[in-house]
Design a protein around this ligand. Structure first.
Ligand code: ADP
Length: 315
């Protein structure tokens, strides 16, 4: 089986219990929940039985321990997770605005996962991978950009594959070198997994049809466009497919794109037909939003298959 590697942040998320216009003092919060987009992706892939490793760091603290214990329990290879004696595990606080939008307060850059220690264990994991999943949120510094790019190039050179989810957080989009790095990653990408407007972010065309044509002409083999409660679509050189969204009650949207992406990527690597992979990924995304906590909505394959019988919304 293909072995996926993902490089990026591990953190805990602590969330406000009720929507409001701001964090105020004191207020009811729930957490810590294990989180970090790459960690959610890895955990969901592992729950599907996919070999997957995460390259990241945690501090010598309870937040680090709860994350590594959870990832290991679900089957993620954590041999390349370093324990930083000087920095704490990353944290994110999130509150929901009354309109459903989310506001995050992150501490990632100065946390254990904010700098890289390329040890022998990290090197072994990178050298053993046949697929890298790159996330925009992991391109937060020159160091992380270089490690993702070098790994993607090495994996491609030895016949492996690359998937890319821009996974943009507005606060890092204008970080130095970010756009250029995303362009370079895109040039190495086999499977592209943008959400919403990210589809046209790196293309000359501003409309979806033009952007899809341009991306496929540029060498991308498959595009999966995530559209939240509107479902998802798949595009390759032979045509397009759609997955209508499942009718679920959204409780917490954080992590849906990562659960969706991990499911599609794992199944794509196994050669699952695209419509089946898309439907199961849409099931994973839909189930993810029904649970509070970013990593609490991950599913195994029997659960996803059972979900396929559930009602969908009209497109
Ligand atoms: P991201 O978190 O990357 O922005 P999305 O929010 O688009 O990703 O979610 C990924 C996928 O999960 C969607 O394409 C859809 O299939 C599914 N999904 C997300 N939110 C919902 C929802 N409220 N109802 C049903 N399906 C959803």
């Amino acid at each position: 089986m293909q072995k996926i590697v993902v490089i990026g942040e591990i953190l805990v998320e602590i969330m406000a219990d009720f929507p409001g216009e701001g964090f105020s003092e004191p207020m009811a919060l729930t957490g810590p929940f294990p989180s970090g987009a790459p960690a959610i992706f890895a955990d969901q892939a592992a729950r599907l039985g996919q070999p997957v490793a995460i390259v990241s760091g945690v501090g010598v603290d309870d937040f680090g321990r709860l994350n590594t214990a959870r990832l290991a329990r679900d089957g993620v290879d954590i041999s390349a997770v370093w324990v930083d004696p000087d920095r704490p595990t990353g944290t994110a606080f999130v509150r929901y605005r009354p309109d459903g939008g989310r506001v995050f307060v992150f501490n990632i850059r100065h946390s254990a996962c904010g700098r890289i220690a390329v040890s022998d264990a990290v090197r072994a994991v990178l050298d053993g991978a046949t697929h890298i999943h790159v996330m925009g949120s992991s391109l937060s510094s020159a160091e992380f950009i270089a490690l993702n790019l070098d790994t993607a190039e090495a994996i491609r050179a030895r016949g492996g594959t690359v998937s890319f989810d821009p996974n943009l957080r507005p606060e890092i989009l204008d970080a130095p070198g970010m756009r250029a790095a995303m362009g370079r990653i895109l040039a190495l990408t086999d499977l592209f997994l943008p959400s919403g407007e990210e589809l046209t972010l790196l293309t000359r065309s501003r409309d979806a049809t033009g952007a899809i044509k341009e991306l496929l002409a540029g060498g991308i083999r498959a595009i999966v466009h995530k559209r939240g409660a509107a479902g998802a679509s798949y595009h390759d050189a032979t045509g397009s497919l759609r997955a209508a969204p499942f009718a679920v009650r959204e409780v917490d949207p954080t992590g849906a794109g990562d659960c969706f992406g991990a499911t599609f990527t794992a199944l794509w690597l196994r050669g699952t037909p695209p419509q089946e992979a898309l439907d199961l990924a849409a099931a994973a995304g839909a189930l993810a939003v029904t649970r509070r906590g970013p990593m609490e909505g991950v599913s195994d394959l029997p659960t996803l298959r059972a979900m396929l019988a559930q009602p969908r919304k009209e497109l």
